[in-house]
Design a protein around this ligand. Sequence first.
Ligand SMILES: Nc1ncnc2c1ncn2[C@@H]1O[C@H](COP(=O)(O)OP(=O)(O)OP(=O)(O)O)[C@@H](O)[C@H]1O
Ligand SMILES: [Mg+2]
Length: 334
Amino acid sequence: MGQITLKSVTKSFGETQVIPPLDLDIQDGEFTVFVGPSGCGKSTLLRLIAGLEDITSGQITIDGKDATDIPPAKRGLAMVFQSYALYPHMSVRKNIAFPMRMAGIDPAEQDRRITQAAAALNLTDYLDRRPGQLSGGQRQRVAIGRAIVREPAAFLFDEPLSNLDAALRVGMRMEISELHKKLATTMIYVTHDQVEAMTMADKIVVLRAGYVEQVGSPLELYRSPRNTFVAGFIGSPKMNLIDGAEAGQHNAHTLGVRPEHIAVSETSGTWQGTVGVAEHLGSDTFFHVHETGLAETITVRAPGEVSFTTGDRIHMTPRPDQLHRFDDKGLRIA
Ligand SMILES: Nc1ncnc2c1ncn2[C@@H]1O[C@H](COP(=O)(O)OP(=O)(O)OP(=O)(O)O)[C@@H](O)[C@H]1O
Ligand SMILES: [Mg+2]
């Protein structure tokens, strides 16, 4: 079980309200990602759910029970932080066993859970090592192991991968996704990295200044962002947001078009401009195009290797079925 509901939950620190009334439903077994810029309230929200902070008003229920008076240790939730403090003088086995020892779990049961968690996390061969003899990714897996053995109703992850290098992050991302499939336990995962959000989530909650801007599956957010904030936040490179009138779209205040939905040509197109920076990634080429007559630089993502380079004239045509229109309040026009 791991169904979590927030009803009109608010949080203030002193006079400052950082979470305005917020409603959210997290289903049992769901992988939910909280994403948003620094300071938007992701960690605060997670800590409210964990019980590490008290809510100012509203209600949180876990599996239908009001959590208000349930202390963190009794909520059945396990939290994994960015800076996971492992005990340096203890073996991996002892580190993983620690919460079970504290809870007075029978030693045979401890061994069973350790064996199972180590297998799920590919740590079986490292159980007798100390944290100092492990890589960053392995250490992070030990921290997750320590959460798994508690057999929580839900896992709460606060940016658990941000201390790892890019390659390790991609590997760990997949391992956590696989772990979720294996355990089928509710996971709430906080990140400011929209790629992590897109690749891991069943459901993404986009936050800005404590407000929920949109909740949806990764592809719902990609295809139908509710406003210009979500449009600009989900997708990389960012969606181009162009003045509607300049783009000849007089019924829209802002026209949005993703870089991957613009075709390029040497000879003809809707817009033309001069290539500024060209980023050749091999798999894709990104162009940042100036002097288009539009106020904004246009970013284009072309598949594969495309030979335009800085200073070249380029013609661009947005795909008509992939245009996003927003009104003067930045809200999507259906
Ligand atoms: N204990 C506290 N006292 C006062 N203000 C706080 C406290 N904790 C957080 N805040 C404020 O609440 C807001 C949300 O902070 P929070 O840590 O939840 O953001 P975040 O989305 O996790 O950001 P980041 O991506 O940088 O970790 C921020 O403006 C922060 O300054
Ligand atoms: Mg945070």
